[in-house]
Every structure is written in structure tokens, then in C-alpha cells.
Design a protein around this ligand. Structure first.
Ligand code: NCD
Length: 309
């Protein structure tokens, strides 16, 4: 992908290292440019539609904030229940309809592949903000931006990804990007929630170094950063199974003290119980800085798909 202009953003594997470096540069540039200003005029007259058929706080609000910070407008629906999806309209028909009103679409939907369906139907750029247990590429971009800021470089990365690796779309997208940087990856999960075999096999075929373990303390001792995730309760068909694995991994003050080293802690949020609030004041707790980076990265993505950067 030479440029993001007019492109859909659907999957973590669609980016080259060059793309990611360019997106990070644009995001960092916007952070400087926005200082002391409420908004820029870059996307004046453009409209972004946000279609969220699953709950969201950060992804939706940060896209809407990013669009407004760039001087563009946003149209949206209150919820899936208030859209015609509740009457049985397909994702493709919804996307074709919204394409008559807006210049780009951000969509979140519970079904894997739904964002691709929207993109195939609509003749405007479509951004996948989470398709079920599939992918969440813009989260992965804000995550790699955060990693570069927190660790100061994207070289010699040693990272633990922890929790629901089976259903977590943020980790599914992030590992694709991390593998481009030759990162050493520790996949930490209960046996039931392991990273899907096809993803692990695909990463290994690209030369990724992966250790799979159930032991968080061991993985944390071997890595510089732990990326915690929520056990994705809504993806379990058997809630007894959820009860068995919930609370599997917890980062608290005692855990960090026992490690005897600086560890960076990230989380896409929302958290349930996997990071105690006492960790929030710890210098390495990066998850709210991660949230803030989401606006800059989404400004970069929007400006680039509209060909303004
Ligand atoms: C994540 C998601 O929706 O996949 N949240 C987010 O976008 N920041 C993670 C989660 O729900 O656990």
C-alpha cells in the first residue's frame, strides 16, 4: 500500500512497516499541530458515519473526536436497536445507504467479516472498528504508536500478550503488526483461550519468535511490556466455561513489586479485574496514555484516507 488514500482499513496484515512508520509520523505531527488549537480545518466539508452494532466507548468517541479535531463532521446512530438492522437490513444494504450520506464509514459489528462486507458494498472508505472476534486494525495502530512512545523504539521488542487470545480482536490485529518488527512474543493464556492456530502458524511462517505459556509471571520476567486483555465474556456460548477462566490473570501492586524491574503495562480497555486500579499510579501504567494516542492515530488515519496527508 503506497498510500492510504481512498483505502479501506480492514485487517492488521494489510500494512507494511513503511505504512505504519508513515501513520505514526502523521499522528505525532498532528499532536504538535493541535497544541493550543481546538481543531484544524483539514477535513472541512467531509462527513464520517460511525455505525456501531456493538458497545463502544473509546473507539467510537475517539473516531468522532478525531474527525471533529480535523474540522470534519460526524453522523451516527444511537445504537444498533435504533437502526434498520433491527428490521433485518443487511450490513451491505446499510453500508450502501450510508455511502449516500457520508464520505467514510467506521463500522463495528459482532460478526467476523462484516466490515469486509460493508467495504465490498460501499464505494467509500470503510474502517473496521471491530468485527466480532476478528480484527481491530485501528486499535493495533494506536497500540504500536503507544509501544513506540513508551519503549522509545520499535527495535528488539519483547512483549507479552495476555488473557483472551482466542477471542480478542485487538491482539489478533496487533500481532500482525508486531511480527513486522521482529518482536519476540509471549502468548499468555489459559489453554481454553489460546491464540487461534491459524494466526500462530501464519506468524511463524513470517519468521516470528513465539513462546506460548500459561505463566504470566514467567512471561513478564522475560519481556519489557505486558499487553493485558479482558476475557471476552460476550463471545462465550457456555457461560460455565467463562466462569472457569475469568480472573485468570491479574496485574496488581504485589505482582509488579515481585518482578523487581520496570514493566510497561498496556490494555485496550475496558478492564474488568485484570488490572487493579492501584496500578494506575504506577509509572509504567500506559493504558490511559494509550487511550489518548487513539485520537492522534485516528486523526492520521482519517487525514490519510482522504488524501490530506
Ligand atoms: C476492545 C474491543 O472492543 O475489542 N476495546 C477497544 O476497542 N478499546 C477490547 C475489549 O472489548 O475487550
Amino acid at each position: 500500500m503506497a498510500s492510504l488514500k481512498g483505502k479501506d482499513i480492514l485487517h492488521g496484515n494489510q500494512f507494511s512497516k513503511k505504512d505504519i512508520d508513515a501513520i505514526i509520523k502523521v499522528a505525532a505531527g498532528f499532536e504538535k499541530e493541535l497544541k493550543g488549537k481546538g481543531a484544524l480545518n483539514l477535513l472541512k466539508g467531509k462527513i464520517l458515519a460511525t455505525l456501531f452494532f456493538e458497545p463502544s466507548t473509546r473507539t467510537r468517541l475517539s473516531f468522532e473526536a478525531a474527525m471533529q479535531r480535523l474540522g470534519g463532521g460526524v453522523i451516527s446512530m444511537a445504537s444498533a436497536e435504533s437502526s434498520s438492522a433491527a428490521k433485518g437490513e443487511t450490513v451491505a444494504d446499510t453500508a450502501m445507504t450510508v455511502a449516500q450520506y457520508a464520505d467514510a464509514i467506521v463500522i463495528r459489528h459482532p460478526r467476523i467479516g462484516s466490515a469486509k462486507e460493508a467495504a465490498d458494498a460501499a464505494d467509500i472508505p470503510v474502517i473496521n472498528a471491530g468485527d466480532g472476534a476478528g480484527q481491530h486494525p485501528t486499535q493495533a495502530l494506536l497500540d504500536i504508536y503507544t509501544i513506540s512512545k513508551e519503549l522509545g523504539s520499535l527495535k528488539n521488542l519483547k512483549i507479552s500478550l495476555v488473557g483472551d487470545l482466542k477471542n480478542g480482536r485487538t491482539v489478533h490485529a496487533l500481532v500482525e503488526i508486531l511480527s513486522l518488527y521482529g518482536a519476540q512474543l509471549f502468548f499468555v493464556s489459559p489453554g481454553l483461550l489460546k491464540m487461534p492456530e491459524e494466526i500462530t502458524a501464519h506468524l511463524k511462517s513470517k519468521g516470528a519468535a513465539i513462546v506460548e505459556t500459561e505463566d504470566l509471571a514467567y512471561a513478564a520476567s522475560q519481556t519489557d511490556l505486558v499487553y493485558m486483555t479482558r476475557i471476552q465474556k460476550e463471545r462465550f456460548s457456555d457461560l460455565a466455561e467463562y466462569e472457569r477462566v475469568k480472573g485468570s490473570y491479574v496485574v496488581n501492586a504485589g505482582f509488579l513489586a515481585a518482578l523487581k524491574k520496570d514493566l510497561t503495562v498496556m490494555h485496550p480497555l475496558p478492564r474488568v479485574d485484570e488490572i487493579h486500579t492501584e496500578v494506575d499510579s504506577y509509572a509504567g501504567a500506559a493504558y490511559f496514555r494509550q487511550v489518548r494516542n487513539g485520537v492522534s492515530i485516528r486523526m492520521a488515519i482519517l487525514a490519510m484516507i482522504f488524501g490530506k496527508r
